[in-house]
Design a protein around this ligand. Structure first.
Ligand SMILES: [Fe+2]
Ligand SMILES: [Fe+2]
Length: 424
């Protein structure tokens, strides 16, 4: 205890010449915080006003003012206060006082913050814990929040802290890290195809930003690793929107067309009202399919700017897809019946979108033109073959991902075939 000569039976502080307005009450308050109700604090003081002020303060704060014994020989005053039962906070023994997190090679990794009460992951988070960080002691009477996702089974992801570390280490700068100065003039049809693809990519990225952003606000902060990771995903998608739009604008082509079918497909993702279903449709099926799309753009990019944009965004997307795969695989392992719900999500979405036409034909054409390097009749057949290869690859990899999270091969093939033609 500060300025103390405490023993187990009689904690003591030396207040010297402090008056109430100079910090005497703060000193006494903090000393009493460390005691249990009924324990007695001894206060040594050389300030004449302390007697009157401390006695009055005790009455106001429900502590017991004990009769002052005779002053010791040194001429100093000695007061005794018995701590009352109205707890301002819990005593340190009930907090994590003295509980250190481990620093490894100078790093404090987020996965290593699971210490003390912060390591206790509740089966169901308490609405009254609200925004208090996991491990804090929450005062009774705090308001009940209304988070939707409160079950550990749905919101907790063992690997989220690792994915969060990868994400923060992997952040890049859309203004500086793309070799914008290497942009060169392109054949007009090729530039138009690239700009159409960039427009399409940017609108898809908006849904990839808004969907996790919507869920962040609905997941209980108790599962903070999941919330922190999703916040990095939102940041990534913002950067993806930025670079796709910049690529459309940098070479004079400009933003192109957005189709109603694309908008309908993306709206159906945002309209999902179940966290696991939304995450499954967006990240396993949609962003998973985008991995192949981005690799295709990277492979066939006509210049280094588009190539680097596709490469960097694909690396970020890989993290988003793996996070969701890890998460949903563990959810399905704990609750295999949820597979039916995920399957229903794909069927319902397919049926809701059955009235709208498939992929924007401008995207279909642009992919072939990109792979052909333009509209040259000599090279168009190769562009069309590459595009067909892309679609086959998208299906094949979707099936693999569905199998990886626990679907049987035939179910995976059926679900993949029903996935939106819009890719995302
Ligand atoms: Fe993205
Ligand atoms: Fe993403």
């Amino acid at each position: 205890m500060n300025s103390t000569s405490s023993t187990a039976s009689r904690p003591s502080i030396d207040a010297k010449r402090l008056t109430a307005s100079e910090g005497l009450l703060l000193l006494v308050t903090r000393a009493l915080d460390r005691l249990k109700p009924g324990q007695v604090l001894e206060i040594l003081s050389d300030e004449p006003s302390a007697h009157h002020d401390l006695a009055a303060w005790c009455r106001l704060n429900a502590h017991k003012w004990l009769e002052t014994p005779a002053a010791p020989a040194a001429g100093r005053q000695v007061f005794h206060i018995e701590k009352g039962s109205a707890l301002r906070i819990l005593i340190p023994a009930e907090l994590d006082w003295g509980c250190h997190a481990e620093i490894k090679d100078g790093r404090f990794d987020t996965r290593d913050w699971l210490v003390g009460h912060a390591a206790e992951i509740r089966k169901t988070a308490l609405q009254s814990d609200g925004f208090a960080p996991r491990g804090a002691i929450v005062e009774e009477g705090s308001p009940d929040f209304t988070f939707d996702v409160v079950d550990r089974e749905l919101a907790w992801n063992e690997s989220a802290a690792d994915f969060y570390e990868q994400a923060t280490a992997g952040h890049w700068d859309g203004s500086r890290d793309i070799p914008w100065q290497k942009m060169t003039a392109l054949d007009a049809e090729l530039e138009r195809a690239v700009c159409q693809l960039m427009t399409f990519l940017a609108e898809n990225e908006f849904s990839a930003l808004y969907v996790p952003a919507k869920w962040i606000a609905r997941i209980h902060p108790h599962f903070s690793e999941t919330v922190l990771f999703l916040s990095t995903q939102v940041r990534d998608e913002a950067r993806h929107i930025e670079v796709f739009v910049k690529r459309a604008l940098v070479n004079g082509g400009g933003l192109q067309f957005s189709s109603a079918s694309t908008q309908a497909s993306l709206k159906s993702l945002l309209d999902q009202e179940d966290f696991i279903q939304a995450s499954f449709l967006l990240s396993v099926l949609g962003e998973g399919t985008f991995l192949d799309l981005l690799r295709f753009v990277e492979t066939h990019a006509p210049e280094p700017v588009t190539r680097e944009i596709a490469r960097r965004t694909r690396l970020d997307e890989t993290r988003h897809v793996h996070f969701a795969l890890t998460h949903i695989r563990s959810v399905l392992k704990a609750e295999p019946a949820l597979k039916t719900k995920l399957r229903a999500a794909v069927l319902n979405r397919a049926s809701a979108l059955s009235g709208v036409k498939g992929l924007n034909p401008l995207i279909d054409e642009s992919l072939a033109i990109l792979a052909a390097g333009g509209l040259s009749p000599d090279r168009l057949p190769e562009g069309l073959r590459a595009r067909a290869g892309l679609y086959a690859m998208m299906h094949e990899n979707r099936v693999k991902r569905l199998v990886a999270i626990g679907f049987a091969e035939h179910e995976a093939a059926e679900l993949s075939a029903m996935h939106t033609p819009n890719f995302m």
